[in-house]
Design a protein around this ligand. Structure first.
Ligand code: COA
Ligand code: ZN
Length: 314
């Protein structure tokens, strides 16, 4: 591990109100979503994935996308993102004044059919139309490759297939790329290899890593990605999240656990961990169940406890 070569700043991109809420058993009231996003805007995260403009039949929890996008307070310096699957969603997201559209497809045909009800090639054709629709606006376009590190139906996805999809994204005019480990199948060695390959082939392309902690490898994967030259990570408050159309999906890496690890290692993210922990600790009462994130429960490494009284000198 080359600690000295770590990036001077790591960007944290919060996805709890999109990835986090899409799989929750209950609909979080619109006013609570807005309040949560407004609080997250004060924490120092670089981007917030606010919602998805998708079919309300596919993801009922995000059926209030338009209202949420309209009502949040936009803080300068924060990029407000919405996930879109097709041209219709993109048009609605552009109308809602999103700063960035996150165009998602799976490199695995089977998962794309399950999630988006079309082939990856059909998704890509839709993205071309979105590039046209966004032309002349200030809105940036990020392309996300889901199941980039493995698909719950097909298994491993060959690295050249993933690299070819990045090439396709750049050829049609997308500005940045996310590699998403939809169901936590990535391991650190695989991550290091793929990130290094992307850096070799695409240089300084803005690249985000989106990890799920389904098999406990989430933060190890972050470390491997950092070492290979990545500096942007999606993460979800409390570690909520998961794709409703991927069997066995569980939460993203937890934002507060990630920021705690970076803080402890002296890697700057600009995120205020105390504020983040406050919101993470408020999540269980908001969503009605415990959260997977660990630091919200354990406290920071530096939160010391009083020594047992029996040790006191008498
Ligand atoms: N936003 C809102 N509604 C949309 C929409 C969008 N972006 N795109 C399509 N719809 C509506 C259609 O109007 C139609 O409504 P109706 O049944 O009331 O007439 C319905 O959704 C189905 O439309 P169709 O074009 O036939 O789409 P589909 O059923 O083949 O589904 C998607 C395709 C992409 C819209 C759907 O699979 C989807 O939204 N997937 C997103 C899944 C997701 O978010 N997964 C987790 C994140 S990775
Ligand atoms: Zn995800």
């Amino acid at each position: 591990m080359n600690w000295e070569a770590f990036p001077p700043r790591v960007h944290i991109q919060e996805v709890v109100t999109r990835d986090g809420l899409q799989i929750e058993p209950r609909f979080l009231p619109t006013a609570d979503k807005i309040a949560l996003i407004d609080a997250l805007s004060q924490t120092g995260v670089s981007k917030i994935e606010v919602t998805s403009f998708v079919s309300p039949k596919a993801v009922p929890n995000l059926a209030d996308a338009r209202e949420v996008a309209r009502a949040i307070t936009r803080r300068p310096g924060v990029t407000y993102v919405a996930l879109v699957p097709n041209l219709r969603g993109a048009q609605e997201a552009l109308d809602a004044g999103m700063n960035e559209l996150n165009l998602v497809l799976s490199v695995s045909e089977t998962h794309n059919l399950a999630n988006m009800r079309m082939t990856p090639a059909q998704s890509l054709a839709g993205f071309r139309a979105i590039v046209e629709a966004a032309r002349g606006t200030q809105t940036t376009l990020n392309g996300s490759i889901a199941t980039a590190f493995g698909c719950p139906f097909e298994g491993a996805q060959p690295e050249p297939k993933v690299l070819e999809m990045i090439e396709n994204f750049l050829n049609i005019g997308l500005h940045s790329v996310t590699l998403a480990d939809t169901t936590g199948m990535a391991n650190p060695r695989q991550v290091a290899h793929l990130v290094a390959a992307v850096r070799r082939q695409f240089g300084a392309l803005p690249l985000t890593l989106h990890f799920h902690n389904t098999r406990g490898m989430g933060l190890a994967n972050v470390l491997a990605a950092l070492d290979a030259g990545a500096d942007r990570f999606d993460a979800s408050l409390g570690g909520l999240g998961g794709c409703p159309f991927a069997p066995g999906a569980t939460g993203n890496i937890s934002t507060e656990d990630l920021v705690h690890m970076l803080d402890e290692m002296g890697v700057y993210s600009g995120v205020d961990l105390a504020r983040l922990l406050e919101r993470a600790r408020a999540l269980p009462s908001l969503i009605g169940h415990d959260i997977p994130g660990q630091v919200a429960k354990a406290g920071r490494s530096g939160d010391l406890h009083p020594a047992p009284t029996r040790l006191a000198a008498s």
